[in-house]
Write a protein that binds this ligand. Structure first.
Ligand code: NAD
Length: 462
């Protein structure tokens, strides 16, 4: 990290640059979005390499979750930008006769984006798309834990963008804390609730608005589903929503399953069969499952299984290879609810199944815990679907699939309660990095005498 004086000087220059209005021009915004797109296209191989190095992600998974998804978001932003930026007419009440109103989005100014390591490109560049589209200047601080990816972002990305307006700063908590001491017009944070609290108190000092994209335990309710086809598809989607997205190190990854007790033996067999089909008898050799990010996270996950009662609940997998930071897809049935594996976010390839007598009882289970970022429910029962929507609270609800909500430009992506607040993606990203300015215009042609003092009851009767 540069010394604090240099940082302050850089930020001052960025504010000055913002002041001349360049970043507000649509041509500037388009050119930066195109620059981002060129970075993804020209550096695709390096991106795949960095993701392999940091997280052992297969390049197909890396394309699906990062490069491909970002390209889609960029194309959508480029197509929609003019419409997003255009003033929107608003109605005024009759008492404001002969007037007109509109809402004009204006950029916030200088914004800070702090991101996480599990989707190092997606979680850094998706907010960047919003900040650029809205016409801001910005500093991005990616996570130090995905160091190859952060280094690529810091060295290669700026060559595609306007360096006077967009800066990438590498570093860990000390650097983040130094950045948080500065005055920003918005802080967009992706990470843990623990650090989210630090960000929020730092932001309070300058009354800086923030978005917190946090995590939590995302449940998947699995009804017994009537046909074998439905069951097979549901199980495949659950496995991809767990092990197939950065080996379970995903904020919207499935944390645990809720299923009826009588259906659980069948479910376990279905899961085992499909795990073998997707990841083979020796998943470590097939390379279709990512690695744990580092030894610290590996030990944390290993420790979740140390408890004897938790260990006894393992019905599949459990093998670990510390040297290769590999953990086998693992299934547990009814680990103790007070064990850490059921109280903390797992963030790894361990999949507990919690059994309930009736699937409807899952709602009570969910409602007595912090509000999750996502709830998944595999069920054709329309009444249950309606009840999940109306009786639970979460960032999103997805029926009969997992993770797909992340790729929707038309849906707000974000949490509620412990899983965060604010949202982004598509137009929601643009709004997140904009101020909606209210403009009213009034004519002199009409005026009402009763709106002015001196007051008397006659004026009230009109
Ligand atoms: P983290 O909170 O440890 O780190 C996130 C960022 O904060 C990193 O850039 C890190 O350098 C920085 N940071 C760390 N300590 C800091 C401090 N003391 N002060 C200021 N900044 C600090 O989280 P993580 O390990 O990167 O990610 C895991 C968590 O993030 C999980 O809870 C996961 O669910 C959540 N997450 C949420 C989303 C989402 O979109 N909602 C996406 C990915 C991860």
């Amino acid at each position: 990290m540069e010394n604090p004086r240099d940082l302050e000087c850089d930020l001052k220059n960025m504010r000055k640059y913002y002041g001349i209005g360049k970043t507000k021009e649509i041509t500037w915004r388009e050119s930066q979005l195109k620059g981002l797109r060129a970075f993804l296209m020209e550096k695709e191989v390096e991106i795949f390499k960095a993701l392999k190095q940091d997280l052992g992600k297969h390049h197909v998974e890396a394309f699906r979750d990062e490069v491909g998804t970002l390209m889609k978001s960029l194309n959508f932003a480029l197509k929609s930008l003019k419409e997003w930026m255009s003033p929107k007419k608003a109605k005024l009440p009759q008492m404001a006769l002969l007037s007109s109103a509109e809402i004009i989005p204006e950029p916030l100014g200088l914004v800070l984006i702090i991101s996480s390591w599990n989707f190092p490109f997606g979680l850094s560049l998706e907010p960047l798309i919003g900040a650029i589209s809205a016409g801001n200047t910005m500093v991005l601080k990616p996570s130090e834990l995905s160091s190859a990816c952060s280094s690529l972002l810091a060295t290669a990305l700026p060559t595609y963008l306007d360096r006077k307006a967009i800066k990438v700063i590498q570093g860990g908590p000390d650097v983040a804390e130094q950045l948080l001491q500065q005055k920003w017009d918005k802080i967009f944070f992706t990470g843990s609730a623990r650090v989210g609290r630090i960000v929020m108190s730092a932001a309070a000092k300058h009354l800086t608005p923030i978005t917190l994209e946090l995590g939590g335990k995302c449940p998947a309710l699995l009804d017994s589903l009537s046909t074998s086809w439905d069951r097979e598809v549901a199980v495949k989607r659950i496995l991809v929503g767990k092990y197939g997205a950065c080996a379970g190190q995903a904020c919207i990854g499935i944390d645990y399953i809720l299923a009826e007790k009588k259906f659980t033996p069948t479910l376990v067999e279905l899961l085992k069969t499909q795990i073998k089909k997707m990841f083979g008898e020796n998943p470590k050799d097939i390379n279709s499952i990512a690695r744990i990010v580092n030894k610290q996270q590996f030990s944390r996950l290993k420790n979740l299984l140390v408890d004897l009662k938790v260990k006894a609940s393992i019905v599949y997998g459990g093998a670990m290879d510390e040297d290769n930071l590999f953990i086998e897809p693992t299934i547990l049935v009814d680990p103790p609810l007070e064990a850490e594996i059921m109280t903390d976010e797992i963030f790894g390839p361990l999949l507990p199944i919690i059994t309930v007598e009736k699937i409807e009882h899952s709602l009570e289970y969910i409602n007595t815990r912090p509000k999750p970022l996502a709830i998944y429910a595999f069920t054709k029962n329309k009444t249950l679907q309606r009840r999940i929507i109306s009786e639970t609270s979460s960032g999103s609800v997805t029926f009969d699939d997992a993770i797909i909500q992340y790729v929707a430009d038309t849906l707000p992506f974000g949490g509620v309660g412990e899983s965060g607040f604010g949202n982004y993606h598509g137009k929601f990203s643009f709004d997140t990095f904009s101020h909606m300015k209210a403009i009213t215009r009034r004519s002199y042609l009409s005026d009402f005498w009763f709106r002015y003092p001196p007051w008397n009851d006659k004026k009230l009767q009109l």
